[in-house]
Design a protein around this ligand. Structure first.
Ligand code: ZN
Ligand code: ZN
Length: 236
């Protein structure tokens, strides 16, 4: 069965905490350098730059999975990824309904540049939702909303005290139907997938997961996580 090297957690300039170099063409070039077949592109509570990255990836050999890193009411980060942009934007609409908004884009900029880009990496606007804040959606509702749109949902950097599922709650709540847990922030953990959570180009691919799957479809990646047909790794 084919092997797919994937980094399923990479941010763009839409995350105020990401570097300005995280623009579509440079992001894809770095994925190619790192030998990634699949990249998950997502920002805090937004999929606003995913279409630009998908367009930048055309002909590159890199498959882009668009998504959002949703912050639940419990302040837990959940990586939600999809096959196509429409699914991601559909979840974004739900998330935006549960997220504070700044009175103006100018006010938003004082909390970090939430830059929306073209596929060439040119600035096309600023997002005025408070992307760095928690939504008022419980984690279980985030899972349900994402899954209902065909998405996969993974607990992000679960060991991190800030915003990691285990760091915040100390356990995985019974009935929270996640597809997997992402190791982190440091090292690898048995049974957990790994992604870089890159906010800088140099971090892309530094932690990755190799999936053994027929295709790169979300359904196949979910199945790999469910049955343990993957290997997590760190690049030196
Ligand atoms: Zn996070
Ligand atoms: Zn992240």
């Amino acid at each position: 069965m084919p092997l797919w090297r994937a980094d399923l957690h990479v941010h763009t300039t839409l995350s105020g905490c990401a570097e300005a170099e995280m623009i579509p063409p440079l992001l894809i070039a770095r994925c190619q350098e790192q030998g990634l077949a699949i990249v998950g592109v997502l920002d805090h509570n937004s999929a606003g730059n995913c279409q630009a990255v998908i367009e930048a990836a055309e002909g590159s050999g890199v498959t882009v999975k668009p998504g959002l890193e949703v912050e639940s009411r419990e302040t837990v980060h959940l990586v939600c990824l999809f096959d196509v942009i429409e699914q991601a934007l559909d979840l974004q609409q739900v998330v935006y309904e549960h997220l504070a908004r700044f009175p103006s884009a100018g006010a938003a900029r004082s909390f970090g540049m939430q830059m929306l880009l073209s596929k060439e990496g040119e600035l096309v606007g600023y997002e005025d939702h408070a992307l760095f804040a928690a939504t008022d959606l419980p984690a279980a509702a985030v899972v349900e909303e994402a899954r209902g749109r065909g998405g996969m949902v993974v607990g992000a950097h679960v060991e991190r005290r800030a915003h990691g599922l285990l760091g915040v709650l100390g356990f995985v709540p019974e009935g929270l139907d996640l597809d997997g847990l992402e190791a982190g922030p440091r090292g690898l953990t048995d049974g957990r997938m790994a992604s870089s959570d890159a906010h800088r180009l140099a971090e892309i691919g530094s932690r990755y997961t190799v999936f053994e799957a027929e295709t790169a479809a979300i359904a196949d990646l979910r199945e790999c996580l469910r049955v343990g047909r993957f290997r997590a790794g760190m690049a030196l």
